[in-house]
Write a protein that binds this ligand. Structure first.
Ligand SMILES: [Zn+2]
Ligand SMILES: [Zn+2]
Length: 189
């Protein structure tokens, strides 16, 4: 049993790596067809190290980390100044892959030297052809919160429930029944 567990874990890392590489291939392909990026050298993006964030990260979905000592305000930043582009591992699951593509595109814009979220950046970002991919971020945040929940708050009357990271501790009532919600600890897998 232990051996099987080990094999599954090992494979999982490889799957993450290959899906990141596949994503990179797709994203660079789409970026190379974007008019607003024509004239930009996208080739160095192929060598930017890719990684994943901690599994239990909830607020951060993606990040572009520059090499140590790099001043983000420099105007000549390039992919060579990038230590790593990392995405949330959950975003690589099939149902979120459109959002993962958008995330990688967003971080690649940073890698190309657009370090801040200024007007130019937002304009370029809005040219991503899969409209609606960016909006998936709201649902993705919700999904991560549920996933990291430690408690279920349940109404003892109608059995409505919601998952949260903190206890209700008698402070919340069911909207319908007006009775106090009860905490149930969720087992962490
Ligand atoms: Zn950003
Ligand atoms: Zn109720």
């Amino acid at each position: 049993m232990r051996d099987i567990q080990h094999i599954i874990d090992g494979d999982n890392g490889d799957i993450l790596k290959s899906s990141l590489e596949y994503l990179r291939f797709r994203v660079i392909g789409i970026m190379s067809k974007m008019e607003s990026l024509s004239g930009r050298n996208l080739k160095p993006l192929a060598d930017v190290p890719l990684g994943t964030l901690r599994k239990n990260a909830t607020r951060l979905h993606g990040v572009c980390r520059y090499n140590q000592g790099i001043d983000k305000r420099r105007t000549d930043l390039s992919p060579l100044d990038v230590k790593e582009v990392a995405l949330h591992p959950e975003s690589l699951k099939n149902e979120w892959i459109r959002y993962a593509e958008f995330l990688m595109f967003h971080e690649f814009l940073h890698a190309l030297g657009f370090s801040g979220h200024n007007r130019t950046f937002r304009q370029l970002e809005s040219h991503w052809p899969d409209t609606g991919a960016k909006e998936m971020g709201i649902e993705f945040s919700k999904y991560l919160r549920q996933r990291n929940a430690k408690f279920a708050w349940k109404c003892p009357n109608c059995y409505w429930q919601t998952k949260r990271s903190m206890r209700a501790a008698g402070r919340y009532i069911c909207r319908t029944c007006r009775v106090k919600l009860v905490d149930f600890a969720l087992t962490i897998d």
